[in-house]
Design a protein around this ligand. Sequence first.
Ligand code: BG6
Length: 496
Amino acid sequence: MNASIEADAAIEAGGSRRLVATDSECSAVAKGMPEGFLWGGAVAANQVEGAYLEDGKGLSIADVQTAGAHGVPREIHDHVHEGVYYPNQEGIDGYHRYKEDVALFAEMGFTCLRTSISWARIFPNGDDAEPNEAGLAFYDAVFDEMRAHGIEPVITLSHYEMPLRLVTEYGSWRNPRLIDFFVRFCETVFRRYRDKVRYWMTFNEVNETMNKLTPFNQAGLIFSEDENANEVKVLASHNMFLASARAVALGHQINPDFKIGCMVQYPTTYAKTCRPEDVIARRLNMMPNYYYTDVMVRGRYTNLCRAQLRRLGVEFEVSEEDAATLAAGTVDYIAFSYYFSSVASSENGDDLLVERKNPYLDRTDWGWPIDAVGLRVALNELYDRYQVPLFVVENGLGAVDEPDERGYVEDDYRIDFLRRHIVQMERAVNDDFVELIGYTSWGPIDLISVGTGEMKKRYGFIYVDRDDRGRGTLARSKKKSFDWYRQVIASNGRVL
Ligand code: BG6
């Protein structure tokens, strides 16, 4: 019996879902990925760099979020409070240790690395007339380092780290003035890194603007009591669509070889039962997500977008000028993160009920369902719908790692998680003919969690000696998964 069938059988029998298949079993089933497939990892500047005020950098929205925990939300401040611990301000000190980190990624054989440019390092306040040369020089050095190791930079332009002043002074993306600020930032980095970076994406998980109650990370939004939150979300999203479309059009002018994508969180959703109303509930849960990909890939507000606006109770008209901008700036590919799936039902009547609990799935220490097949579903749904290349730019397991007395982490659970997802990705490509550019697992090195601000929620192949209070030497060490991922890449996905 091959590894994944055996694992599936064990699950059906109610057995352990932490079953770890042997290498030979997996290598027997994996056909591997096409030639030129990009393998690597994904991080974001705000979660690794630290150095939050160094070399002219301004405050970003990540720098004013306190540490939380599982079930304890992070606080958002509008300035830095004396004596409060803000984990992103130091990150994992990637600003000073990027050479060591890139060398470790290269040792694993990465052919690409997804990271972001901190907007506040380039335009410290967001509205500055001139960019900060020291910030630009830093990313020159980072991209040169990657290229020297044969690693293709894959760059997110805005990954949860916009300059704080754009929030406090301008009201963030509800204000259309941000469009010009963002486009100026993009133009600056497109020109500067024209020959160093080919793959770009505009906003990280842009669809979370609509999905979250307080979309602060995605769009810098906090709502006042007299505001209609849905109207603000629609307006802010529209401004981000315009900013993205203008950036895409400009990027293609600056370098026609640029590949510029959108980036969404893909929430694979199952209908809870075969009750027809549950199938409608599933559609309702997907609508706010396709709302973003429809506009950014198709360049227009589709019928689904109109239905979503109706559901939100928001009247929204697109001017002819804006419609032309959107149509002229469609993206080249869809990048997405995939962590878990959900279940939708109509049990609450007209109110859509979405649950993470799925009796067929195990959950992580943070309660996220583990669903490798859901990645194959996601790849097929997106490709069927849009027929543009896809890029899996985040997928990984946040877990508590316990180093042994030698300081070594035997993270078989992480290997098992990633192996299962890669098997499904391989099926989507080889059996379903989905066009896929690459795979970057989320956080190849332990970093600050967005959701909780913890270090304890670790994703890496590389352990970082740092705890939730900012204590530790920051020393890097390889976990068991480090060597496993190296052999995955060396075999182009054949040896899992
Ligand atoms: C995605 C983000 O939402 O999920 C990442 O793009 C984030 O920045 C990742 O780190 C995992 O979430 P968390 O809360 O575990 O850090």
